[in-house]
Design a protein around this ligand. Sequence first.
Ligand SMILES: Nc1nc2c(ncn2[C@@H]2O[C@H](COP(=O)(O)OP(=O)(O)OP(=O)(O)O)[C@@H](O)[C@H]2O)c(=O)[nH]1
Ligand SMILES: [Mg+2]
Length: 245
Amino acid sequence: MTTRLVEVRQQILKQNDVAARGLRGRFRAAGVFVVNLVSSPGAGKTAFLERILTDLGRVYRVAALVGDLATDNDAKRLARSGAPVRQITTGTVCHLEADMVSRSLEGWKLDELDFLFIENVGNLVCPATFDLGETLRLVLLSVTEGEDKPLKYPTIFSTADVTVVTKIDLAAAVEFDAPALCRNVQAVRPGMDLFEVSAKTGAGMNQWLDFLRLGLSAWRADTRPIPLLPLVESSPGAKRFQSSE
Ligand SMILES: Nc1nc2c(ncn2[C@@H]2O[C@H](COP(=O)(O)OP(=O)(O)OP(=O)(O)O)[C@@H](O)[C@H]2O)c(=O)[nH]1
Ligand SMILES: [Mg+2]
């Protein structure tokens, strides 16, 4: 019984990896930099993304997909930025899959975009093993969740490229221990970049947007072939692009 379950899961993952590889090729050909945002429910993905779409959208061509089990509440919030947005409702599925992303992109001209943001379903476990063909995986953690989360949920941190600590305006109220979080992130994913932001006050947003702008330029200048292995299985410490290049 146990053996059969593992086999089924492996098959689904393999199928997703094939679809993700196809997506990665399309994104590369179109020159669109794709960011996959993962976090626990309520960490602040939509609030953060609202700011990104509004600020970045003044200069760059941006769009977003957003996944939830039910409702199109987040799509409505994100659409206030003026960017094209589509909601993906997953029903009972606790993560987005590459095929869902593929279907949601129908009719969009990818080569008319600079950035595509994908807000994943709020969950610190399921989205970790599903590659969406993204250029950058971003894990968000709010100051109210506890500094130990990277140690308790290592896969989602070790498969991400960047950590963003959200709701930094609440840090003092919850006695957030920034050095402890930093140590825990580095223990799971040595060398990972870490940003602190507040979608409420705008603190830290400029540094984050600079990182994205540099990331886009570095990635577009990088003409190396796309690796054959799914990048989510890459060893901890590996980077999908170098922001400093
Ligand atoms: N104080 C403060 N509250 C925030 C901040 N960002 C988000 N919030 C609040 O946190 C709650 C959840 O924010 P969302 O942006 O909906 O979180 P989410 O990660 O998109 O949630 P799901 O999509 O349901 O997983 C809301 O009440 C937001 O107003 C922030 O920077 N500071
Ligand atoms: Mg949301």
